[in-house]
Design a binder for this molecule. Structure first.
Ligand SMILES: [Cu+2]
Length: 255
């Protein structure tokens, strides 16, 4: 019976992951832990508040002959319900601020990548390395127009992914050439607005090799949903910027 329950709920759990993903970087783990910490604090507050409320409603209901207390202004209670939430907020703010400071500390990077949003594609430039290329949607039009079966990475695949080495501190300088876009890769906990005329910074240090996918996260026109992000993270031994998967695109093929 236990095994049956385990198999049913175990599988249900696997199919029903509703929580945030922990991601693949130190910052994304910190963001996930923060999310869980705040979540459990909210759960405890919810249980205490609703518990007290329902208990009071049940125990002090009029049908049992309860009479309402007639008092006004309790200084003790007012101080308590001001100080206790204040302390809870401060306790939440300390780890949140620590994580935020870390997120914005893009100093001492190993690699600098300029990310430029275009309607509707991304352009990547490895600063100081003379490597740059456009990354376009690779999903065939037949899939988009329901004339072919949709692939596993439908609308989340590109012709040339951004290639990064594992373990290196990568700084992104995010901007745009036309309208506001937003470069978002959930697994890195990086989401930065790409604004024409501005350069916004972000950074990441990816822990394990793999392919990470993201999307433009700022409504930028009719093909906003057709400019995905694919980052291929390779172990240091196999990565050289300028290699086959991060090759330079001749200016003539830029469009
Ligand atoms: Cu966009």
């Amino acid at each position: 019976m236990g095994l049956l329950l385990w198999s049913v709920f175990g599988q249900a759990h696997a199919a029903w992951t509703t929580n945030m993903a922990p991601g693949a970087t130190e910052v994304s783990h910190a963001v996930f832990d923060l999310h869980m910490t705040i979540f459990w604090i909210c759960v405890v507050i919810g249980i205490i508040v609703f518990g007290a409320m329902f208990w009071s409603m049940m125990v002090h209901r009029r049908s049992t002959g309860q009479v309402a207390a007639k008092f006004h202004e309790s200084t003790t209670v007012e101080i308590l319900w001001t100080v206790v939430p204040l302390l809870i907020l401060v306790a939440m703010a300390i780890p949140a601020t620590r994580t935020l400071i870390n997120i914005y500390d893009s100093s001492e990077s190993d690699i600098d990548i300029q990310v430029t949003g275009y309607q509707w594609k991304w352009h990547y430039k490895y600063l100081g390395q003379d490597v740059e290329f456009f990354s376009n949607l690779a999903t065939p039009a037949e899939q988009i127009h329901n004339q072919a079966t949709k692939g596993e990475h439908y609308l989340l695949e590109v012709d040339q992914p951004l290639v990064l080495p594992v373990g290196a501190k990568v700084r992104f300088l995010v901007t745009a050439a036309d309208v506001i876009h937003s470069w978002w890769v959930p697994a890195f906990a990086v989401k930065r607005d790409a604004i024409p005329g501005f350069v916004n910074e972000a950074w990441t240090r990816i822990e394990k090799p793999g392919i990470y996918r993201g999307q433009c996260a700022e409504l930028c026109g009719k093909d906003h949903g057709f400019m995905p992000i694919v980052v291929e993270v390779k172990s240091k031994a196999t990565t050289t910027p300028g290699s086959a998967s991060a090759r330079k695109t001749p200016p003539s093929s830029r469009s």
